[in-house]
Every structure is written in C-alpha cells, then in structure tokens.
Design a protein around this ligand. Sequence first.
Ligand code: FAD
Length: 497
Amino acid sequence: MDSQYGVIVVGAGNAALCAALQAREGGARVLVLESAPASARGGNSFFSGGWMRFTHQGAEDLGKSFPELALAGTEDFDVLSYPDNEFFDDMTYITEFRGDPDLTSLVVQQSRNSMEWLHKKGVRFVFTFSKQGIKKNKRFQLGGGSIAVSGGGAGLVEKLFESAEEMGIEIQYQTRVIELLGIPGKRVNGVRIRNSAGELVDVKSHSVVLASGGFGASTEKRTRYLGPGWDLAKLRGSEFNLGDGLDMALAFGAKSAGHWSGSHAVAWDASAPTSGDRNRGNEFSRNSYTMGIMVNKNSERFLDEGVDFSAITYGKVGAEIMRQPDSMAFQIYDSKVLDILDPNYNGRQVSRITASTIEELAIKLELDPTLLRRTVDEFNASVDVTIDFDPNTKDGKGTSGLIPKKSNWANAIDVAPFLAFPVTTGLTFTLGGIKVDEKARVIDTQNQPIEGLFGAGELVGGIFYYSSPSGAGLTAGTVLGRTAGREAALDALSSPS
Ligand SMILES: Cc1cc2nc3c(=O)[nH]c(=O)nc-3n(C[C@H](O)[C@H](O)[C@H](O)COP(=O)(O)OP(=O)(O)OC[C@H]3O[C@@H](n4cnc5c(N)ncnc54)[C@H](O)[C@@H]3O)c2cc1C
C-alpha cells in the first residue's frame, strides 16, 4: 500500500463502490478499505434483494435507457410512470414527514441518471411483481419500486467490483479502519487501520469517504440505541456493520442526524440464523401477513395487518414484533390464501406448523387454545362479508368493531388446514447516522463541513425515519455515493500535494 492516495473509501458495499468508481472517474487515485474478508465482501448490499427505486416515464421511456426492460415485454402488465413528485411523496409518507427535504430531493432527482450510470457499469434490471404489482382489470400495474437489479444485491455488487477492478481501484480486505487522521472538526488527511496482520498503520489521503454502513451488527449498540430487546434481533445482512464509521465520524466532530432509535426491520423466520446467510439471502422474509392475521404469545393481535401493501409496511413490522412478549409472533393463515403467499413461504427449512383446527394449531404453537380460538372467532365475526376479497388492490374489505382493526384483505380464517409461521424481528439496517449536506460533505457540530470528509449510504442520517420505501436504500446509497466520490475527487485534485 502506498502512503498517499487521493481518496480513501471506507467500506466496500454499494455506496462505497459507487463512491470509489465516481472518484476514479474524476481522476483521483482511490483506495478502498474493507473490514470483511474478500469472501464476505459487499456489506448489506450483497444481501439485499436489489430493488432500486427511481423515476421514469413508463415502459417506453424505460426501454430507451434499459433495453433489457423493453425486451421483457409488457403484454401482461402496464408500467405506470413514476415522476419525481410521487417518489418524493412516497419518501415523505413512509418517513412521516421527517426526512431531510434537501437530501430527499437529491436522491429523487438523481435517481434516474444514477441507474443509467449503473447500467454503463454492466448492471442490468428486471421488473418484479412481488412487492408492488397491483392487478387491475386482469393486468398488473407496476408502480414505483417495481424494478430490481438482475441477480439481486449480489448481482449489483458483483458488477461494481468488476468495474472497480477494471478501473484499477485498489481494494484491501480484512482491513478495519479504526480512526480518522487530521485535525478533528477541521480537516481529514487519512485513516488509521488495523491491517490483516493485526498491525496498526496510518494511511494518508487528501479525502476520505465514509461508507461503512450502520451499527446493525453491534449487539451492544442495538441495545443502546434501539432499546431493550434489540440485542435479540436477528440480522438480515452483514455481521461487519459494527458502526465503526459512525464512531469515527462522531469522534472527529461530526454531527449526528436521523433516527438513532429507529430501524428498518421486518417479520423474519424465527429459526433464521443470527446474521445473514449468503446462500439463502432473503428466504427468511415473511411479508404475506397482509393476507392473514398475526398474534403474539398471548394469542392477541397487535397491529393492523392490512393497513397498506406490505411493500409499504414491511419495514415497520419488525419493530412491532419486537414489542411483543419474547419478540415473537405467529402469522396465521387458512387454506384459502395458501396459493397467494410469497414463494418464500414454501422455501427450504421454513418454520411452518399445520393443523386441521385452530385449537390444534394453538397446542402445537404452545399457545392457549381457548384464547387463540377466541381471537380467530372475534376476527371472523368482524369481517365485512359484503366486499369481495381482492389481494391485488387495497380492497377495503376490513373489520368493524375490532381493536386493532384490519383495514384491507380481512378474510375470515375458517377453511382448514390452518397454517402458522413463527416470526421474530429481522433487522435490515439502522437509521441513525451522520449529517451530510447535498455535496455529501460531513457536517460538524458547528454546522460547518469538515474538509476532505464525505459520507454515503446507511451511514448517512436524516433520509430515512421509521423505515424506507422498498428500493430506496440502495438508490440513496448510489446517489450519495456518487456525489461523495465526485466531490472527494474534486477536493483531492484541488488540494496541494
Ligand atoms: C436482507 C436485506 C435485503 C435488502 N433489500 C434491499 C432492497 O431490495 N433494496 C434496497 O434499496 N435496499 C435493501 N436493503 C437495504 C440495503 O442493503 C442497504 O440500504 C444498503 O445496502 C446500504 O449500503 P451501504 O453501502 O451503505 O452499506 P453496506 O453495503 O452494508 O456496506 C458497508 C461496508 O462497510 C464495511 N465496513 C464496516 N465497518 C468498516 C470499517 N471499520 N472499516 C472498513 N470497512 C468497514 C462493511 O464490512 C460493509 O462491507 C436490504 C438489506 C438487507 C440486509
């Protein structure tokens, strides 16, 4: 490793690799430092489903920039245009009006050209139906968030690593960055690392981009910031996102921002491993709760399962489960909806309990049969039978007089066999971060940019609160990563060597 780089990028997930590529395109000499070994590279981005949300004008427009989407054909579905204001509104709705409007606008406005930039790096896209496909008059209507990277998150990072290698970007694995060098709050000029031999080494650079993710993998920080019980949450992704970048930035005078007690967390198979499984990825997701009911260990329902499509609500459901006894819940369905559950429900090693009566199901789940019977009976009695059940639209088939109510898809649970899926909280990523401005410059506690220091990805706070719209995390990482890389290169090339 040389002693002088233009730009050091901390981390090797989506945001970091986008920053590194953009900085290299800007003419800087770039070094990427990644704490994981090469065999575990790619951060949370690797584990992601690869959904990427961006603005467009519908099928014809998409086909011009992404020929693979034109080839996909649109005989069976319509692709609705997804303009800036809709993307912005989706962000506002999910974040409950708390998101930083400037950063949100940047993400929205730069989303389309960032996808075109990814396309030039070899990334290819596909339409997806499972999250936001709404069927109207027998045709699917695909709204925002219906496009994913071919090959998912693994496909995305593979293409980015290939591009980085082609562009001669140096990547050091098993290299944990532990400290920023320079004058805290003023100017950064490198990083201190612990290299693969366990030695502490200082590496100099003109600029540093922090893109090392959130603190989801730190049991201690989860408990400290998210609250009691979160130490027990299962991790959906990387075990290397320990919050180091956040610690370093705060110690260097950066301002904290965003939702430190919040996270994106989903319903996750209770028997899933404690952190992400690189071979089984998203198999443990249980996002079809809109089609049934969820009860806790007291056999009580605790949320409106049908308040909206799971594409909108899934990232908030994990926190609701965390509030239940032993952070556990059971999704209960009857045979009427089995065919429309997400394919993950039929995957290998799925925790699934089947019974021919509700009482038998309760006994198998170690719940009180009388209580579960009562919950199901009360639910069934409250269902509006005058409205037809339609899983493809918000059908308005709700409950009346029930607390909590179910707003849509309230279908009586009355046809055996009955199925239950035990779930717990699956933490996707944390939302507490560092304040950056629209140039991705890290802002200090005096509201001034720290010279030479940039941030991108999950490490940035203030874009997402409570959850995020599906596909927005990767898009935000790409947009802010590119911004950080471009600005870091400009900073490096304008600095006296
Ligand atoms: C299972 C799952 C599914 C998801 N699906 C989607 C989806 O479909 N669409 C979407 O938009 N979002 C999705 N997300 C969220 C998305 O993955 C994240 O928002 C995004 O990947 C964050 O990218 P990042 O580059 O900031 O962080 P990461 O990709 O996590 O990269 C951070 C990197 O920094 C490294 N690092 C940490 N500390 C150090 C250190 N001290 N020194 C050096 N390196 C360090 C880590 O090892 C890691 O490689 C999903 C997440 C998960 C877990």
